[in-house]
Write a protein that binds this ligand. Structure first.
Ligand SMILES: [Ca+2]
Ligand SMILES: [Ca+2]
Ligand SMILES: [Ca+2]
Length: 307
């Protein structure tokens, strides 16, 4: 029997499995596994070596030291500052509301944001990204998507017995981005499962069309890429679940691009498929949307001016 290397961490210890995401954090074309865990476990990061094999890189990436004193639920691997390296978010809270009495550990915890510095190293920037991240709460699920279509990924976090948190991304950097809205022509109209590779002057990146993420949560179905200082995507290669292979060339950055399977790309807003208003509608209460939004923000640029 082939061993994948994910049943135990590198210390031979089993780890509680909470929210999980499966995306390529090191841009090598193979999706990697990250999952939140419980106090003392650390949050494991398994790098995909190919051929069904994984390597525990929790310690060497710095994730172990940053997460060992936390318990988290929802999580996601997304490029929050659009520099081309996918970062990690974790919605933290202990399990029991009487955790302090039983385990002498706090129940509400602040959320975690870990910036991918490239070269297999992450940095905990939670304390630098806005007051919202410092407030402990009983965080649970987390969903991700660009709610205001400014190219910067926002986060919605559910809170047990509390109001959901809407964390708007106000990072002041000028990094470029592209968001792909996929339209399948067969029964899979959202193109879920489509694997996407992009090539820019900075290199290649990979992502997949999926809403599945973290814990009890479903995210934006669009596919996100941060482009750093690249203003053009030289190639977008799509492998649709139907087997269709599609290639777009010389695509301008900073746009929401609707791609119809094997069809010609259209810009968002040029068709009824634009998703500009779908997120607030999905949340269902625009009054809450506006009220929460007013006081919640984060910025991945330390010291950056927060709006
Ligand atoms: Ca990888
Ligand atoms: Ca990043
Ligand atoms: Ca946004």
């Amino acid at each position: 029997m082939k061993m994948a290397g994910v049943a135990y961490n590198e210390n031979g210890k089993t780890v509680a499995g909470m929210g999980t995401d499966f995306r390529d954090f090191d841009n090598d074309g193979r999706p990697d596994i990250f999952h939140a865990a419980m106090f003392g476990d650390t949050f494991p990061l398994y790098r995909n070596l190919g051929n069904g094999q994984f390597e525990d890189v929790t310690d060497v990436t710095g994730m172990a030291a940053m997460t060992t004193r936390f318990t988290a639920w929802g999580t996601g691997i997304f490029d929050f500052d659009n520099d081309g390296n996918k970062d990690i978010f974790a919605a933290c809270s202990a399990i029991l509301d009487n955790s302090m009495e039983v385990n002498h550990k706090p129940y509400p915890l602040p959320n975690g944001l870990y910036r991918n510095l490239g070269n297999m190293v992450f940095k905990d920037v939670s304390a630098q990204v806005g007051a919202s991240f410092s407030v402990p709460a009983a965080h649970r699920g987390a969903a991700f998507g660009d709610l205001n279509n400014d190219g910067k990924i926002d986060i919605v976090v559910s809170v047990l017995n509390g109001e959901p948190q809407l964390l708007m991304n106000r990072s002041p950097n000028q990094n470029h981005w592209i968001i792909l809205k996929l339209v399948g022509v067969a029964d899979n109209r959202d193109g879920l499962g489509t694997q996407v590779k992009i090539t820019t002057a900075s290199g290649v990146q990979y992502n997949e069309a999926t809403t599945a993420v973290g814990y009890n949560s479903s995210s934006d179905k669009r596919v996100y890429f941060g482009l750093g200082n690249a203003t053009v995507v030289e190639r977008i290669e799509l492998a649709w679940p139907t087997g269709v292979k599609q290639v777009l060339k010389s695509v301008a950055a900073d746009q929401i691009l609707t791609i119809v399977e094997s069809g010609r790309p259209k810009k968002a807003g040029s068709s009824k498929l634009s998703s500009r208003v779908q997120w607030p509608a999905a949340i269902g209460r625009t009054d809450r949307f506006e009220r929460v939004r007013a006081g919640k923000y984060y910025s991945l640029a330390p010291g950056g001016k927060l709006l």
